[in-house]
Design a protein around this ligand. Structure first.
Ligand code: DSN
Length: 430
């Protein structure tokens, strides 16, 4: 039960678990086990990361105790002096980080940020042009059961079937046929650079708004290792916990004053009540971290590691969708290595070996979403631990040993021990 206390070098985490062991030993046990899991496994899920102790403990603080509905200087509750200060700080830091004039830091998550953006820009029934989830888009960009697919008329653009890249000419042609009110760019499983300027030109040619959902690449954008959606997008939405390495949460940005006013109204009271002020405070801390020169170094290392991992996997016979990666993630087509291998099997076998990944459909995947022929891999979390390009070669070899073994138990167990050793060499940063 006290294993987390032993694994964590962070005194606050240790004393928190000790306190919890007295207050609620059942939850203390679950949390300890999860702490050990994180410390002893390799996290390759492209949308996950390890936050700093400063960010983590700001979340678990007395800042959770307060209602602060409204915005700084205009709250519906008394006692908000310090919440105004911290929210203003978070907003200012977000604006500085992304070089724009407006930030709303209250969305509880990326999907909520997107709800507010849709509500600010559109009326129910309006037409939206976006990449479907099956090709790397996000569910909040138009999936039928989601709010976006329920209340708006969604039209799909797609990747070029040969290159698996965005085909801007085809998107432009489709935009002229559909005449959407909104075009969305920004994806969950697209490994290449996005040409925001080209998207804006397409949007302007049909008098549509352009929304960039940069949830995956936000940290890379902030660090200048991926082009910025500003000044091109009318609205930018993101999460704060992926490459940006902050607390789980959402953020809406804009450079347009009229849109900004609408976004504020649509976050509160349009789609949320009380903001999670402990998370807003943690966002402020994370933005401060991301403004430091060390974050640029980190983000460049994320990209360098992704390239190294991608090259090593190709060397083992895997095909990468679009042929490689420009950012933090890659989509591995497992079929050329083994036509029988599914993403679901690979995910499960790798987990038993201590390597955490997620199955992911590849473009035009013949298998259903719970099976898939692909695996999505990302380097933000491993880079946070300090692994570099030479360790990416080791990680690729471990991945291949497991996937090439057909899930053989003794192979998975042997790899599990090597993963433990690698994790000991590169402990969590807190
Ligand atoms: N669910 C996230 C991802 O894993 O990409 C996107 O929000």
């Amino acid at each position: 039960m006290s294993t987390t206390a032993n694994t964590s070098s962070d005194a606050i985490s240790r004393s928190m678990i000790e306190l919890l062991e007295k207050a609620d030993p059942t939850v203390a046990n679950i949390m300890s086990e999860e702490g050990v899991r994180q410390a002893t496994t390799l996290e390759l899920i492209a949308s996950e990361n390890h936050v700093s102790s400063a960010v983590m403990h700001t979340m678990g603080s007395w800042m959770t105790n307060k209602y602060a509905e409204g915005y700084p200087g205009a709250r519906y509750y008394g006692g908000c002096e310090y919440y105004d200060q911290v929210e203003n700080l978070a907003r200012d830091r977000a604006k500085e980080l992304f070089n724009c004039g407006f930030a709303n830091v209250q969305p509880h998550c990326g999907a909520n940020a997107n709800i507010a953006a849709f509500m600010a820009l559109l009326s129910p029934g309006d037409r939206v042009l976006s990449l479907p989830i099956k090709s790397g888009g996000h569910l909040s960009h138009g999936l039928k059961p989601n709010f976006s697919g329920t209340f708006f008329e969604i039209h799909d653009y797609d990747l070029d079937p040969e290159t698996e890249l965005l085909d801007y000419d085809a998107i432009e042609k489709l935009a002229h046929e559909v005449r959407p009110q909104l075009i969305i760019c920004g994806y969950s499983a697209y490994p290449r650079t996005i040409d925001f300027a080209r998207f804006r030109a397409i949007a302007d040619s049909v008098d549509a708004y352009l929304m960039a959902d940069i949830a995956h690449i936000a940290g890379l954008v902030a660090a200048g290792v991926h082009p910025s959606p500003f000044p091109h997008a009318h609205v930018v939405t993101t999460t704060t916990h992926k490459t940006l390495r902050g607390p789980r949460g959402g953020l809406v940005l804009s450079d347009d004053e009229e849109i900004a006013k609408k976004v504020d109204r649509k976050v509160f009271p349009g789609s949320q009540g009380g903001p999670l002020m402990h998370m807003v405070a943690a966002k402020a801390v994370a933005f401060h971290e991301a403004l430091q020169p060390s974050f640029k170094t980190y983000s460049q290392a994320v990209v360098d590691n992704a390239k190294a991992l991608a090259e090593a996997l190709v060397g083992h016979g895997y095909r990468l969708c679009s042929g490689g990666t420009d950012n933090h993630l890659m989509l591995v087509d497992l079929q050329p290595r083994d036509a029988e291998l599914t993403g679901a099997d690979a995910e499960q076998w790798l987990e038993s070996a201590g390597i955490i990944t997620n199955k992911n459909g590849i473009p035009n995947d013949p298998r259903p979403p719970r099976v898939t022929s692909g695996l999505r891999l990302g380097t933000p979390a491993l880079t946070t631990r300090g692994l570099g390009p030479s360790e990416m070669v080791e990680v690729a070899a471990l991945l291949d040993r497991v996937m090439g073994s057909g899930g053989d138990e003794s192979t998975c167990a042997a790899v599990r021990e090597e993963v433990r050793a690698l994790c000991e060499r590169f402990p969590l940063p807190h």
